[in-house]
Structure formats: structure tokens, C-alpha cells
Design a binder for this molecule. Structure first.
Ligand code: ADP
Ligand code: 5SP
Length: 617
């Protein structure tokens, strides 16, 4: 790499850390850095990135101090400089932020953000730029009343999902704004703008001295806006003439804005029109720059004055971008919670899961979306089974999965909802069923405790397969076809994807390949697993895509751009494809002969049992 080649930065402001990835124009990840909130900024006294609840907090309140995020930016910038990252060669930056969480800018913010001194840190200068000192975290569940009001306003959970892509969720931004406006009307009045974490980081990248007060606070990315319960995602043609959604396309739903802003309760707060103004523009083209890096960054850290800033997006949309999914491909993240993301060209709203706009589509291209399923009972539930029944040992857990996996004989299944589950909604408790010839019967414990290991994995993957089938079938299909395999391949990521018994079971249940991304090894002698932070890397891919478009070359769809650039990357590294590596992706598990049939035969009955278990006390 010569000393003048352009570099690109992706940021990920997630729950527990602010992370950065440095890439070159061929999408090679060169280096990564992070600031971990609990460890590196202990004076904010957070645990897992969030504050201890205070006596005055409502039940379920989970927040973090906004200045924690500001100070993490100061610290990250210092770390990038200390690690000798060539900041002056960074040509474009894009950020990702934890979804749903909102940041409240005060009336003083535009002035503060355009009159900063380079000699001082952000932390020393911007405290008064926020009308709310805390950021409600995505784990917050204190807005149950607001959620009820949101669903009632449009005719129920299914209707709200049709309008906004999701039923009401306590963590979503609309219900959070409703709560803030109700509990702190004066602070709401003093709020100039409301952003998401992604738009807040994007804004902070543009601050300095001498900028334009009117535009220094940036708008909200269209894909991230889908996590707010405020954006009307319906096609314009399907909106009844009696409903309006403002001037933008797609735009904020006016009924929901009126509700969140308390239009009928306290007109002095400005109603829907004022809330719409506070939310600002929606960026429809994530590959179009929102401005250049602010003078605070150029003067203090020697960023190049032409460095372009691209709209920030949510952490899940950014992770989605790191994989450029084709239709019928999915990402399954086996982390603390399990998350499934499936790409689709149809808008598939469903109260069980979330629909988002594709986070990097050309305005001229057709519809593109992804659906996301979020499960609380991911690794924590698997760990519980391991600890209760498998001597707290993954090796033993794996051996039990193999020994007791379902076959053509006696059947058993279990549901392990240790905390109230998201899908199916509100399901809780541990429920086990067996079938030896006749009907399924509820049982206390299985005849062999090792059966729990296979039961939990099989039930989790049958669940993900069943819901993936309904996404792939599209909105018009009322019956889920469980005989057809929904997916062609799955990217497995997250901590538990290192366990090959788990990924093999996933391959068997879904009947498709499980893959992982690879990149040219540092020694140039082959491929190595891409173990980078996919979220900040996905954000950086978007910055490279947007920057390349601005260079006047051929305008490509994001996914085509990433595929073409990666093949170039492989060619440059002298690496051929073939064998287990194709398109920068390595197959790690293939379904075993005869195994998928076992699951296809049982999935219908399994679904009925899931409904039964959901209704059990
Ligand atoms: N060998 C393994 N087998 C199964 N699960 C594992 C294994 N190693 C790690 N995990 C699981 O991975 C989880 C952490 O995943 P990670 O993606 O790091 O989480 P997050 O990013 O959500 O904090 C742990 O809770 C653990 O149960
Ligand atoms: O709420 C959701 C998705 O709906 C979470 O996935 C948040 O987006 C936070 O993610 P992390 O900070 O844990 O990565």
C-alpha cells in the first residue's frame, strides 16, 4: 500500500463499546480499535454500558449518560492517533449506532457545534448541547403504556406492523419520545432536534468552528428510521387518502407523530409539525455524503478537509451490509441474544419480527428490504442447558446433541424461554414434550437429561427456519410452506458460531450450507477467517461505496460494488477461488445426508407445540 492510497473509516457505537475499523479501497480491513465503556471510562459507572437504575426511574428504565458517548469519541480519536493511523488519508467515514436509542439536542446545540475550540476536547465543550442528559438504551422496557397507545392509534399490533414495519416495542424511539414528552415537557420544549445514536455520531463528526448552524445537526438514515415506530414504510400507493405522512417519501406517519408529540393534550408543545421538524430529514440515499468532516477533526487530529461523511445507520443494518446478502441468504448471529436477518425484495411486515429498508440502495433501484428476528433466548439459554444438564462443558453438550438428535423414532422437543421471549411474543418458562407412537405429551424432565442439549438447539433452529419460511414466502401467503427449504446459505456469526456441532445442527435443520467470510491472509498465502467487527466494517463498506460513486465512476448497486471489489481483492492477492471458498466465502458445514428430512417432517407438529407451550402456565 503506497503512502497516498485512500483509506476509509467505519465506526460502531454499540451498547458496550465504540469500535473503529480502518479499510483500504479494496475493502481489506487493515486495523481495528475500540473504547470499552465500563473499562475505559469507569467514572460513568456503567455496567454493560448502561447506568444503574436510580430511585426515581420507572420500572424497566435502562439508560446511559450521553456524555459517555461524547467522551468515548474523544478517547477513540486519541487512540487512533496514538496507534499512528494515517488520519489524513481517510477519505470517507460512516458510522453505525445501537438501534432505537435517541439523543436529544438542546436549542443551544447548533451554536455550540459551530463554535468549538480545537484546543479543547469535545467533552469539555458540548455538555450544554443536550436537552436530556441520558440516552434511553435499546434494553429499556419502561414504555409499556406508550406502546399500547401506539397500537391503539392505528388499530392494533398487526396494523402498526403494516405501517411502520414492526408492532410497538418498548425500546423503539416513538414510544421513548412519547415518554420523554410526557414526563419532561419543559426539556422536550428545549429540544431543538432528536437524533438516533447513528445520526448523533454522524453529527459529531461534522462539528468545529464556522460551520452552518442550520445544517450541522444531521438527519436520520432511512433504514435506521425503521426502528422507531414512526416511519411510514408503506408504498405511497397503498396509503389511504384519509391518512397523510408529511412531505417526505417515505415519511413520518402523521397520526403517530401527533400521538408521540401530545398534539391533543398540550398544543404548546407544537404537535406533529414540531416533532417532524425536530426529527429532521430522512436520508434515502446512504451513499450520498451529508458533508465533510468538521474543522475540530481536521485541526486537532489532521483529518483531511475533504474527508466525506456518509449517513450513519443502525448497528444491525450496518452488520447486514458487511455480508451483501443475496435473496434467500441469511445472517444468523449467535451472540448473547440470537438475531436472524434475511434479505428480501418484498415488504413483509409481521408483528413477530421487524422489517427494514435495505440500508444501501440506490434511489433509482427497486424495492429492497431485510427482515430481522430478535430472540432473547440465545446463548444464555444454551448456557443454562449446558450448566444444568451437561456438566457446564460445551464438549459434553456437543456429545449430547449428537447422541440424542431427532431421528425417525421416538420424538421429543423442548422450549427454553428463561426470560419472556420476543418470538413467540411473551412466551416464558421451560416446557418439554415427548411422543412415543401416540400423541405428544407434556413431561417434567426427559428420560435422559442429555436430551435437553439436542432439544434446545433443534427448537431454536426450527423456530428460525419456520419464520424464515414466512419471510421468504412474502406478505400475501397466509400459510407457511414448511416443505420447501427457505434459505440457500447462512452466514453464521457471533460467539456460538465457533462451535461446529451448533453450526452442523443449523445446516441439518435448514438443509443449506453454513458459510463464513474469509479474506486474503496477511502472509498472502491463502485465505484466513474474517474475524473483524462486522458492524463497523459494514459501515466502512458503505463509506467506500459512497466515495467511489462520488469519484464519477460507474454507479453500481451496493451489493454489486462489494462483490466486484472483493473479486478484485482476491485477484490482486493472487488467490483463486474454488474448493470451499467462493465469492470470498468459505463453507464451514453442509447438511448431512438424510438429516434435513427428519426436521421437515417434524416442523409442522413442532409449530403446534410451540403454540401449546406459549399458552401453558
Ligand atoms: N464453544 C462455544 N459453544 C457454544 N457457545 C459459545 C461457545 N463459545 C462462546 N459461546 C457463546 O457465545 C456467547 C457470546 O457471544 P458474542 O457474539 O461474543 O456475544 P455479544 O456480542 O452479544 O456480547 C456467550 O454467551 C457464549 O455462550
Ligand atoms: O435492539 C436491538 C435490535 O432491535 C439491538 O440489536 C440493538 O441494536 C443493540 O445492539 P448491540 O449494541 O448490542 O450490538
Amino acid at each position: 500500500m503506497s503512502d497516498s492510497t485512500p483509506l476509509f473509516l467505519g465506526l460502531d457505537a454499540s451498547t458496550q463499546a465504540l469500535k473503529a475499523s480502518l479499510l483500504d479501497a479494496d475493502l481489506n480491513v487493515l486495523s481495528e480499535l475500540e473504547v470499552r465503556f465500563d473499562r475505559d471510562l469507569p467514572h460513568y459507572k456503567t455496567t454493560g454500558g448502561v447506568s444503574e437504575p436510580t430511585a426515581s426511574d420507572d420500572a424497566g428504565t435502562v439508560v446511559a449518560p450521553v456524555m459517555l458517548y461524547v467522551e468515548s469519541l474523544d478517547m477513540l480519536a486519541d487512540r487512533m492517533r496514538a496507534a499512528s493511523w494515517p488520519l489524513s488519508r481517510i477519505h470517507a467515514v460512516s458510522a453505525a449506532g445501537q438501534q432505537h436509542a435517541s439523543v436529544y439536542f438542546s436549542r443551544a446545540a447548533p451554536k455550540i457545534f459551530t463554535t468549538l475550540s480545537t484546543d479543547k476536547t469535545l467533552t469539555e465543550q458540548v455538555e450544554m448541547a443536550f436537552s436530556r442528559k441520558v440516552v434511553p438504551n435499546w434494553q429499556d422496557s419502561s414504555t409499556v403504556e406508550a406502546c399500547k397507545a401506539f397500537e391503539a392509534a392505528v388499530g392494533g399490533a398487526a396494523e402498526l406492523a403494516k405501517v411502520t414495519g414492526s408492532k410497538a416495542h418498548t425500546r423503539f424511539t416513538g414510544p421513548q419520545i412519547y415518554k420523554f414528552r410526557t414526563q419532561e415537557p419543559e426539556a422536550y420544549k428545549d429540544t431543538e432536534r432528536i437524533g438516533l445514536v447513528s445520526s448523533f455520531i454522524t453529527t459529531m463528526l461534522c462539528v468545529g468552528s464556522g460551520g452552518d448552524e442550520a445544517t450541522v445537526i444531521k438527519g436520520i438514515d432511512e433504514s435506521d428510521a425503521c426502528g422507531m415506530n414512526l416511519l411510514d414504510m408503506r408504498a405511497a400507493s397503498s396509503i389511504p387518502s384519509t391518512e397523510s405522512r408529511g412531505n417526505l417519501e417515505p415519511g413520518w406517519n402523521q397520526t403517530l407523530l401527533a400521538l408521540a408529540s401530545g398534539e391533543s393534550e398540550d398544543p404548546s408543545l407544537g404537535g406533529a409539525a414540531e416533532l417532524e421538524r425536530k426529527l429532521g430529514v430522512i436520508y434515502r440515499d446512504a451513499g450520498s455524503s451529508v458533508g465533510t468532516v468538521g474543522s475540530w477533526w481536521t485541526q486537532r487530529y489532521a483529518f483531511h478537509p475533504d474527508c466525506q461523511i456518509f449517513p450513519g445507520t443502525g448497528d444491525n443494518p450496518a452488520t447486514f451490509l458487511a455480508f451483501s446478502l443475496a435473496e434467500r441468504q441469511a445472517i444468523i448471529s449467535l451472540g448473547t441474544s440470537d438475531t436472524v436477518m434475511v434479505a428480501t425484495h418484498q415488504y413483509v411486515p409481521d408483528p413477530d419480527f421487524h422489517a427494514f429498508f435495505h440500508p444501501a440502495r440506490l434511489p433509482s433501484s427497486g424495492d429492497a428490504f431485510f427482515n430481522m428476528l430478535v430472540y432473547k433466548s440465545g446463548s444464555l439459554a444454551r448456557e443454562w442447558v449446558r450448566d444444568q444438564y451437561c456438566a457446564a462443558d460445551w464438549e459434553r453438550f456437543n456429545a449430547d446433541v449428537e447422541k440424542f438428535k431427532l431421528d425417525g423414532g421416538d420424538k421429543r422437543t423442548g422450549f427454553y424461554w428463561l426470560r419472556p421471549e420476543i418470538i413467540p411474543s411473551g412466551a416464558s418458562g421451560v416446557h418439554r414434550y415427548t411422543k412415543a407412537g401416540g400423541d405428544w405429551e407434556k413431561t417434567g424432565e426427559f428420560s435422559d437429561s442429555g436430551m435437553n442439549a439436542s432439544a434446545i438447539l433443534e427448537t431454536q433452529f426450527l423456530n428460525y427456519r419456520y419464520r424464515s419460511s414466512s419471510i421468504v414466502a412474502g406478505p400475501s401467503s397466509s400459510v407457511v410452506d414448511t416443505n420447501t427449504l427457505p434459505l440457500e446459505s447462512i452466514y453464521a456469526v457471533g460467539g456460538a458460531s465457533s462451535n461446529s456441532t451448533i453450526t452442523q445442527t443449523m445446516a441439518d435443520v435448514f438443509g443449506c450450507d453454513i458459510v463464513k467470510p474469509v479474506q486474503p491472509a496477511d502472509d498472502g498465502k491463502g485465505w484466513s477467517p474474517a474475524n473483524y467487527n462486522f458492524c463497523s466494517v459494514g459501515a466502512a463498506y458503505k463509506a467506500v461505496w459512497g466515495w467511489s460513486r462520488a469519484q464519477g465512476g460507474e454507479v453500481q448497486e451496493f451489493d454489486d460494488f462489494v462483490h466486484a471489489t472483493k473479486s478484485k481483492q482476491a485477484k490482486k492477492a493472487g488467490l483463486g477461488e474454488g474448493g470451499e471458498v467462493e465469492g470470498g466465502v468459505q463453507v464451514i458445514c453442509r447438511p448431512r445426508e438424510g438429516r434435513t428430512k427428519v426436521y421437515t417432517e417434524v416442523i409442522g407438529e413442532w409449530k403446534q407445540l410451540e403454540e401449546r407451550a406459549q399458552n401453558e402456565k
